[in-house]
Write a protein that binds this ligand. Structure first.
Ligand code: FAD
Length: 298
């Protein structure tokens, strides 16, 4: 691993050795990886991916770690972060943004430039790349509404490709990035002009709802389950089952929002997974629905 670290450093990456992923996820759970690699530009990011593919080194991409539940054992893969891919440029009704830009920052950037369409994202933690991966959304908006085109790296063909909206195959919390070995690099977003005050007002309203309903004072990975069908609200169901406050170790179903599991301090991976299993089993028994976990599990 020392040679790999040296070569990636010489390519232009920041290198963190034996890095705990606890420090890079909003859930504050996760074991150590041998290398945590932060390429300094988009070109260096692509060169890094190419290098890792050629050397057949196992790796994963991380944005802001807001949608991850990570095993707390030592992990045998390298993590490549999009943290420095933060360029944003403004066109007339377009924004071009690299995949490491925080989606919430993009929402405020759009507002400051009188562009509407990203208000829903004001309070969503995570990067644009993570939002594309999951088709992140809230309050009747989702990232697919504003995406026109994405530049991505095809790990299989080892080349940069352009994907139009149709090719990205967006659906509820789904996109091609979950199925194919594509890594998003940069996206073109199509917004529309509106008065800054209108946009700001809407963002404030949505942020207030989030503030009041979500347990933002604790580490979490956001909603733990996808909705199995459009009219099946998992949080409300868990609440009806009397599971609010149900806890194992330091992991607890939030009393504020039953769709969230919070980490009250030293929750472990297995505490969280055991709660998930308990909820899945109870919901299946009482409602016959199979719940699917929303965050990625590493
Ligand atoms: C308090 C809280 C509230 C939340 N509220 C919402 C909400 O309202 N709506 C919602 O949709 N989500 C919500 N989430 C979940 C999370 O914010 C989103 O899923 C977000 O899009 C994750 O982005 P990320 O950069 O953190 O992704 P990460 O957690 O870093 O990664 C998630 C997955 O995306 C992949 N990925 C990341 N970047 C790339 C890339 N460039 N190319 C290919 N794959 C990539 C990773 O490999 C991983 O598989 C919430 C989370 C928290 C903690």
């Amino acid at each position: 691993m020392n040679d790999v670290a040296k070569e990636l450093y010489l390519l232009g990456c920041n290198i963190l050795k034996n890095e705990s992923l606890k420090l890079h996820t909003t859930f504050k759970i996760g074991g150590k990886v041998p290398l945590f690699v932060i390429p300094k530009t988009k070109n260096i990011f692509v060169k890094t991916l190419n290098y890792l593919i050629e050397k057949r080194i196992n790796f994963k991409i991380i944005g802001e770690g807001a949608n991850l539940i990570i095993n707390d054992n030592d992990l045998n893969f390298i993590v490549v972060s999009t943290e420095y891919l933060t360029n944003i440029t403004l066109g007339n009704e377009y924004i071009f943004a690299e995949s490491g830009v925080p989606i919430s920052r993009l929402s405020y950037f759009a507002m400051e430039n009188g562009l509407s369409g990203l208000e829903f994202a004001a309070g969503i933690p995570g990067s644009l790349g993570g939002a594309l991966f999951m088709n992140a959304g809230a309050y009747n908006g989702q990232i697919s509404d504003v995406i026109e085109e994405v530049e991505a790296y095809d790990l299989k063909e080892k080349k940069i490709i352009l994907l139009n909206k149709k090719e990205i195959g967006f659906d509820y919390r789904k996109s091609i990035f979950q199925k194919r070995r594509y890594i998003s690099l940069r996206a073109k977003l199509k917004l529309f002009k509106d008065k800054k005050e209108n946009i700001e007002k809407k963002m404030k309203e949505l942020s207030l709802k989030r503030w009041e309903k979500q347990p933002l004072e604790y580490p979490s990975a956001g909603s733990i389950f996808k909705r199995p069908k459009p009219d099946f609200y998992v949080g409300t169901t868990i609440e009806k089952l009397g599971l609010k406050g149900f806890s194992i170790g330091d992991a607890e179903i939030s009393n504020k929002h039953a769709g969230f599991i919070i980490n009250k301090g030293n929750a472990t991976f297995s505490d969280v997974m055991n709660i998930i299993e308990h909820v899945k089993k109870t919901v299946k028994e009482k409602y016959g629905e199979d719940l699917e976990v929303e965050p990625e599990i590493w």
